[in-house]
Ligand binder design. Structure first.
Ligand SMILES: Cc1cc2nc3c(=O)[nH]c(=O)nc-3n(C[C@H](O)[C@H](O)[C@H](O)COP(=O)(O)OP(=O)(O)OC[C@H]3O[C@@H](n4cnc5c(N)ncnc54)[C@H](O)[C@@H]3O)c2cc1C
Length: 177
């Protein structure tokens, strides 16, 4: 089965590594540079409620409060509840956090950090790990999606070329396509 992933940030490469690990053939599309993305610029670290005096409930309460209760509560619960999985995944790839910092919006230290260069460190590691699993990187801007029924079955790149896949993951961050 062949999977096309639009985006080589933290989201795209995490999906790519997981899928390659399960035996899927994976192509990752990116613009400009395979490691330089918003994920690379992520400085402070990743907030996870994993210290002994913390809990998902406290993290969620802080998140909803700083979001002035405009957040999608279900998404907040979903994301925060994945913290242990995320931590184990990153640790399994050899990523070691150096400190847990107190960052804006949080009432207790829960931002797992690496020397203020967390994104650079993680992205460099994820890129190497994806390459080791034969993930194929394609430098090409996707300009539109190919939809069949209500399923995305591929996309068209900036040169007008069509690319078909068994499944597509859109992980292009907040940039416009
Ligand atoms: C300066 C800065 C500091 C930050 N600090 C933190 C922090 O401390 N903690 C924190 O949790 N978050 C932080 N963030 C936010 C965090 O970086 C993002 O939320 C996260 O990296 C998003 O990851 P992503 O994989 O969804 O997208 P991105 O990292 O934005 O990756 C998007 C990918 O999609 C590709 N792409 C986009 N459009 C197309 C297209 N049309 N065709 C093909 N490819 C395409 C890009 O090339 C890129 O590879 C920070 C952001 C910035 C900018």
């Amino acid at each position: 089965m062949k999977i096309g992933i639009i985006g080589a940030g933290l989201a795209g490469l995490t999906a790519a590594i997981e899928l390659a690990e399960r035996g899927f053939e994976v192509d990752v599309y990116y613009v400009d540079n395979p490691t330089y993305s918003n994920s690379y610029k992520l400085q402070a670290g990743i907030a996870m409620p994993l210290t002994p005096n913390d809990s998902p409930e406290i993290h969620i309460r802080d998140t909803l409060s700083v979001g002035r209760y405009l957040n999608d509560t279900e998404r907040v619960w979903f994301t925060v509840s994945k913290a242990t999985e995320v931590y184990e995944f990153l640790r399994g790839l050899g990523i070691n956090f150096e400190s847990v910092e107190l960052e804006g919006g949080h009432n207790i230290p829960r931002t797992f950090s690496i020397k203020g260069l967390t994104g650079k460190y993680i992205m460099d590691k994820l890129y190497v790990q994806a390459k080791e699993r034969y993930v194929n990187f394609v430098r090409s801007r996707v300009s539109s999606l190919i939809i069949s029924g209500n399923t995305c079955i591929g996309f068209i790149d900036e040169k007008g070329e069509h690319h078909h896949y068994d499944a597509v993951i859109i992980a292009r961050g907040q940039k416009r396509m």
